[in-house]
Design a protein around this ligand. Structure first.
Ligand SMILES: Nc1nc2c(c(=O)[nH]1)N[C@H]1C(S)=C(S)[C@@H](COP(=O)(O)O)O[C@H]1N2
Ligand SMILES: [Mo]
Length: 420
């Protein structure tokens, strides 16, 4: 019987080996289908992301998103809505629901708490399945914490527009991130109440949204195995976002919050959690959310865990500024690794750098807002750069290491503005 792993991501590597040896179980999809998909994922990018599309002038609609999507706040990308970073300038450290990006594999389901329940089941429990109603969860001791949710593909379009590389997936710029204040119950409390067995190694939370069909293959409902070590550490079953019940698009009535990890870990519209005493696999940790490409082993990296280090200006791309006038440049930096330590700014394409003023105390799993003054001198195009360093000493590189699905972009993004 496998023992409980010591660290969150070390176990993900172990499980990957077990999967390749056929010792891990494919949950809800045939192993053969998954292996076929894997071959596609490890090939070169199947899609090229386009250049950033022009913003629509009228209110936007994304199929299946419930909340309003004003065109100055969001850019629609398929079934998803990306936050325009410029629109965050007027917001505080928390992202209001009206500004929070939405990533839907299908459509937002309309669920009612009256007939909702969370079923916890599987070989990793000592006994039979246990149901928790909404009121049951509400009655348990609550915890509140601030955490970002960021899509693993955030920044993906820069592999193409900045590095001229092919990647597949949604062409996000940097706005597939939001920071929320989440209230709910510890997943650890719920698992223990359900009767966690000693041999449990993985949990598999699954959404109640529709099954996902990609290229004619039914991948089943959105679900991604989570190692028990992470599940018992800091994961929350959240029912509130920024002091209000979760909005429909963000997982009402209950979603998972997995601090610092790739967005896909934060399963919305939670319906059940399998607890398993054998390692589990789903498309979301085999073909998806792993790194494939020249820099990685032929059969891919271990499943992704933490998000990468990034910075963004709260400014339109191609914004026009006036020469000789003081500009207050603002932005945000964040990392799933260690808290951000410092942020450097260049207003001349990287020739000179200076430190930005940090406006927040850097914390794990959140972002810091920063500001710097700039008096543009020369007319023409200026390239603004923001480069963060985190407390582990990691600094954003000039070039991100390519992977076919364009995950975890971390390079400094060139932000062009026009000085008139
Ligand atoms: N059930 C379910 N959970 C989900 C998804 C989904 O489509 N269905 N999308 C995932 C992805 S890829 C991301 S990045 C985050 C986005 O959360 P948000 O829409 O609240 O911003 O939710 C994750 N949880
Ligand atoms: Mo995502």
């Amino acid at each position: 019987m496998p023992s409980v792993p010591p660290t969150e991501s070390a176990y993900d590597r172990t499980r990957l080996r077990q999967w390749h040896l056929g010792h891990a179980r494919s949950a809800g999809i045939e192993r053969r289908t998954l292996l076929k998909l894997l071959a596609t994922a490890s090939a070169a990018g199947s899609l090229t992301v386009g250049r950033t599309t022009a913003r629509a002038a009228t209110p936007l609609a994304a199929p299946g998103i419930v909340k309003p999507l004003p065109s100055d706040v969001f850019t629609i990308r398929g079934t998803n809505a990306e936050t325009n970073f410029a629109a965050l300038r007027s917001t505080g450290p928390l992202t209001p629901v009206g500004h929070f990006f939405v990533r839907n594999h299908t459509v937002t389901p309309r669920l009612a708490v009256e007939n909702w329940k969370l079923t916890v089941w599987g070989s990793g429990l000592r006994g039979p399945a246990v149901d928790f109603g909404y009121d049951d969860l509400r009655a348990l001791p609550s915890v509140t914490r601030t955490a970002f949710i960021e899509c693993a593909g955030n920044g993906r379009s820069y592999y193409t527009t900045q590095q001229n590389q092919q990647v597949s997936g949604t062409a996000w710029t940097l706005g597939a991130i939001g920071v929320g204040r989440w209230r709910g119950v510890r997943l650890a409390d719920v698992l223990r109440r359900a009767g966690l067995a000693r041999g449990a190694v993985d949990i598999l939370p699954r959404g109640l949204d529709a099954e996902v069909i990609t290229d004619g293959v039914n991948l089943g409902r959105v679900r991604r195995p989570l190692p028990l070590a992470k599940a018992l550490d800091d994961v929350i079953l959240a029912y509130e976002m920024n002091g209000e019940p979760l909005p429909p698009d963000h997982g009402y009535p209950v979603r998972l919050i997995v601090p610092s990890w790739v967005g896909i870990s934060n399963i919305k519209w939670l319906g059940d959690i399998e607890v398993s005493d054998e390692p589990l696999y789903s498309p979301w940790n085999t073909t998806l959310y792993r790194l494939f490409g020249d820099a990685y082993p032929a059969d891919g990296s271990a499943p992704l865990t933490r998000q990468s280090l990034k910075s963004a200006f709260e400014l339109e791309r191609g914004a026009t500024v006036t020469a000789g006038q003081r500009q207050v440049l603002t932005g945000r930096s964040w990392s799933g690794g260690a808290p951000v330590r410092s942020v450097e700014i260049s207003t001349d394409g990287g020739a000179h750098w200076h430190h930005a003023r940090l406006r927040d105390t850097p914390r794990h799993g959140s972002w810091v807002r920063w500001t710097t003054d700039w008096i543009p001198r020369e007319r023409g195009t200026a390239v603004l750069l923001a480069r963060a360093t985190d407390r582990s000493g990691r600094r954003q590189p000039e070039v991100a290491v390519h992977n076919t699905q364009g995950y975890l972009f971390d390079a400094v993004v060139r932000h062009e503005v026009t000085v008139v």
